[in-house]
Design a protein around this ligand. Structure first.
Ligand code: COA
Ligand code: MG
Length: 289
């Protein structure tokens, strides 16, 4: 999953556009982009659209439900699980205990709907509260439903009372860089994908591109989008280049040819086990798609 496009769950027009986009994942939103008075209608519309249109797209379909504290989550699940989404995005997750709690609810709904146990994956947003940032270390215990972890800056800024998330040069301030870094560490510890947060200036494709390149450099393997125009930029940035792929293959072959030692020399440069792991990870990303 390189690009994950948010689509407000109460907008038929945007849902239509979303299904014809080239995003790897559609994130049908029942949370922040849907007003309280539209929540019920959005649930019904989301479920209907998944049922009727999923055959039209190769994208995985996730639904972002409301968080545990909202009191809306059970109704969200009741409405959408029968439509068999591929996954649930859980906002304001405070740690692995929240994943285990959601997992228990999903298991019941899967049974009620004749779905295999564990069929529905979970993608949490792990840094939207102070407790969520502190809870990042708990993901290392792992959970088979986790398909990745991602982070959010806006809710965290609201939670702690920061007036801005970025400085005058457009760079995230320390707190948000910390949340971003914890996301990378949590993903690594849980052996799952690290997905970067949204870039809200949807007309600024140069700004988006440079944020994607920075994220890819740092270990993220995908990024969320809020507008269909962002999808192509994200897909391009997170698709490993042919040069990177051929270098990875060369490293793997060199280790194999040398009988899988700890270290090899290729073209006058040392490659040891971390280089091999990095090469294997890069190829794994392409296989998953
Ligand atoms: N998914 C699908 N279609 C979308 C879309 C999205 N996220 N964002 C915009 N579009 C559609 C618009 O409906 C419009 O279609 P139309 O020409 O058929 O009417 C077209 O793309 C162009 O949209 P544009 O005029 O450039 O933007 P806008 O002003 O209509 O919308 C936003 C701007 C920010 C309101 C919109 O992009 C949006 O709703 N994004 C998702 C917000 C969200 O889910 N937030 C929660 C996560 S942070
Ligand atoms: Mg939010």
């Amino acid at each position: 999953m390189r690009s994950l496009l948010f689509v407000p769950g109460d907008s038929e027009r945007k849902l239509e556009k979303g299904f014809s986009s080239a995003a790897d994942v559609l994130l049908i939103d029942l949370e922040d982009s849907v007003s309280p008075q539209n929540k019920a209608a959005a649930r019904t519309l989301a479920a209907d659209v998944i049922r009727s249109r999923r055959g039209e797209t190769k994208a995985a379909i996730y639904v972002r439900v409301n968080d545990f504290a909202s009191g809306l989550l059970d109704d969200d699940l009741r409405a959408v699980i029968s439509a068999r989404p591929d996954g649930i995005m859980l906002p304001k997750a405070d740690g692995l205990a929240d994943i285990e709690r959601l997992s228990a609810k999903l298991r019941v709904r899967e049974a009620e709907n004749g779905l295999p146990d564990g069929a529905i994956r979970i993608l949490p947003i792990i840094s939207e509260t102070a407790a969520g940032v502190f809870g990042a270390s708990t993901y290392g215990r792992g959970n088979p439903r986790l398909s990745g972890v991602t982070w959010g800056a806006e809710d965290l800024s609201a939670a702690i009372g920061a007036r801005a998330t970025r400085d005058e040069n457009g760079r995230y301030t320390d707190l948000f860089r910390l949340a971003r870094s914890f996301t990378l560490l949590a993903a690594s510890a849980a052996e799952t994908a690290a997905i970067d947060t949204v870039f809200v200036n949807f007309r600024d494709s140069d700004g988006l591109r440079s944020e994607c390149l920075e994220a890819e450099r740092d270990g993220f393997t995908g990024k969320m989008a809020i507008h269909p125009d962002q999808v192509a930029v994200i897909n391009e940035a997170f698709t490993p280049s042919p040069e990177a792929l051929s270098e990875a293959r060369m490293v793997i072959e060199a280790f194999a040819a040398a009988g899988n030692p700890g270290v090899v020399g290729i073209g006058g440069k040392m490659f040891d086990r971390p280089h091999l792991r990095r090469a294997e990870r890069l190829l794994a990303r392409v296989k998953i798609g």
